[in-house]
Design a protein around this ligand. Structure first.
Ligand code: NDP
Length: 257
């Protein structure tokens, strides 16, 4: 066995949603470096264009596609463009997501609850649905949903976010069960805390910094610590991994109650 080739994505195409910042931007760079032709998608197209240029500068292949996962027509239009760009889709990293500022359950306005689920759950469903139909017809494919350790635990004042991420975990199980016979794998990556725009306001405070010190790893994760887990799930190294959830949290979930 050629171990060096185990994690290569050469010859594969990969869509990353939520690629205009944070984890998605990083995932796109990692998969491009591993040899995939990458399609980066989000609402802020200018940021995507910059990312595409940077990937091309390093010898990779990338395309930008405008996508609002909360809008059915936008998702359909984006997939039509993707079909024209690449003709086949081997990998989808279903990563777009938002978080509201923390609120007690009783104070959470219904509009915020709805908006969050529209993006984190319904949006991920729309992307997975479009991708899965294409992968089923092609007889192969791999979908990774970015969930969160909050899908496996509770967290104060984040009911909307936690419920959306827990629902993604169930989505992964049902999809994996139905799609395995078509050669399609569906897994969930559950990052712990990584610095990004989604949590900057929360963590860039004295209280936030104190909170991080009390975590089992006593620090945030660094993006390169997600590269290996991502490549394991999307490459042939993980060809027999299906329907799992993979926490990457430095042990944060081990915290005693
Ligand atoms: P960022 O805020 O940096 O990135 C969020 C991404 O989602 C952006 O690219 C944004 O793009 C995109 N997005 C948001 N809404 C939509 C939409 N309606 N349609 C299309 N794209 C959208 O946060 P992270 O990188 O941290 O988050 C990425 C994922 O990782 C999220 O699902 C998050 O829940 C998850 N996660 C993050 C953790 C962390 O510690 N950072 C921990 C666990 C999970 P744009 O605004 O341009 O549309």
């Amino acid at each position: 066995m050629d171990l060096a080739k185990l994690y290569t994505l050469a010859g594969k195409t990969a869509l990353v949603t939520g690629a205009s910042s944070g984890l998605g931007d990083y995932f796109a760079r990692v998969m491009a470096q591993a040899g995939a032709e990458v399609i980066v998608a989000a609402r802020r197209v200018q940021k995507l264009e910059t990312l595409v240029a940077e990937i091309r500068d390093t010898g990779g292949t990338a395309h930008a596609v405008a996508l609002d996962v909360s809008d059915r027509d936008s998702v359909r239009a984006a997939f039509s463009r993707i079909d024209r760009f690449v003709g086949k889709l081997d990998i989808v990293v279903n990563n777009a997501g938002i978080a509201n500022s923390p609120k007690k359950f009783v104070d959470l306005p219904e509009a915020e609850w709805e908006q969050l689920l529209e993006t984190n759950l319904n949006g991920a469903w729309r992307v997975a649905h479009e991708a899965a139909r294409r992968m089923r017809d092609a007889g192969h494919g791999c979908i990774v949903n970015t969930s969160s350790i909050y899908s496996l635990a509770t967290g104060l004042y984040k009911t909307d976010y936690n419920v959306s991420k827990a629902a993604l975990a169930q989505l992964r199980k049902n999809m994996a069960l139905e799609l395995a016979r078509h050669g399609v794998r569906v897994n969930t990556l559950c990052p712990g805390y990584f610095s990004s725009a989604i949590n900057a306001r929360e963590f860039n405070t004295e209280r936030g910094r104190e909170y991080i010190k009390r975590l089992v790893p006593q620090r945030l994760g660094a993006l390169p610590e997600l590269a290996g887990p991502l490549l394991l799930l999307v490459s042939d190294a993980g060809s027999f991994i299906n329907g799992i959830t993979l926490p990457v949290d430095g042990g944060a979930l081990l915290a005693p109650v």
